[in-house]
Write a protein that binds this ligand. Structure first.
Ligand SMILES: [Zn+2]
Ligand SMILES: [Zn+2]
Length: 164
């Protein structure tokens, strides 16, 4: 199915009122689907909200505000789903005579910036048993505990040791 012509532009605002009154409050929501692919892991859960104000500054329109929403990741250690709220502030500038101000790309970039490197269901998550893959937060499987299981606790070794 071709949908190129109807690609959503949820955060586009006419600047008529900004020109006339000097500033304008903006608030809009877009479905998570409009931002598919912005997260390298996890997914957005629920709509993306943008709110802020667009002010005139000489020949520019300057947006100051934030995007926010909810997302869902897997715990980096035990793979349990982790729901959370996110919010990221940003600024953007456009020519006041350049037509509607489109903040969609800036919003998309801001979501990417808000994404954490690692997500844990709780700070002391015990992770999965390396032997039987049971969730050690909820189960005592009886295997010897290995707190420093290298594949769950330190996935980003800076140097890999070579043997021989
Ligand atoms: Zn966990
Ligand atoms: Zn086990």
């Amino acid at each position: 199915m071709m949908k190129d012509e109807t690609e959503p532009v949820p955060f586009r605002f006419a600047l008529t009122d900004v020109k006339e009154y000097g500033e304008m409050d903006v608030a809009a929501q877009a479905p998570a689907e409009a931002f598919a692919g912005v997260l390298s892991e996890g997914s957005l859960a629920g709509p993306v909200a943008l709110r802020g104000v667009i002010r005139r500054a000489d020949d520019d329109a300057v947006f100051t505000g934030s995007v926010s929403g909810r997302w869902r990741f897997e715990c980096s250690r035990c793979l349990a789903p982790v729901d959370g709220e996110w919010s990221e502030t940003f600024e953007a500038t456009a020519s006041i005579d350049g037509g509607p101000m489109d903040l969609t790309d800036e919003a998309r970039q801001s979501i990417g910036l808000a994404q954490p490197m690692k997500v844990f269901c709780k700070p002391d998550c015990k992770g999965l048993c390396p032997t039987c893959r049971m969730n050690l937060n909820t189960t005592n499987c009886g295997h010897t505990p290995t707190v420093d299981a290298p594949d769950t606790v330190r996935p980003r070794l800076t140097q890999r040791r070579k043997k021989g």
